[in-house]
Write a protein that binds this ligand. Structure first.
Ligand SMILES: [Zn+2]
Length: 80
């Protein structure tokens, strides 16, 4: 599930530049001729470094939306 963002300055919910650092392990499958096919790529670690609002040009007012955004999430504290 991808993270969602909101710019509280302009209300933008849909346009962001996101800089991500990703560490992956993958199977590099070469042909005898040296042509590479990357298979079975697995994300070991992923970190979002910067989120910039496309309309404002900066990320000062961008916040990440919580789990409740998009899909309803059961709230254990309200279970009786
Ligand atoms: Zn904005």
């Amino acid at each position: 599930m991808a993270d969602r963002y909101r710019c509280t300055a302009c209300g933008n919910l849909t346009r962001f530049d996101v800089v991500t650092t990703r560490r992956t392990r993958a199977f590099h499958h070469y042909t005898v001729g040296g042509e590479l096919t990357i298979e079975d790529e697995e994300v070991l670690d992923e970190r979002v470094d910067e989120v910039v609002c496309r309309w404002c040009g900066h990320g000062a007012a961008v916040e990440r939306l919580g789990d409740g955004a998009g899909a309803p999430v059961p709230d254990p504290s309200r279970a009786s």
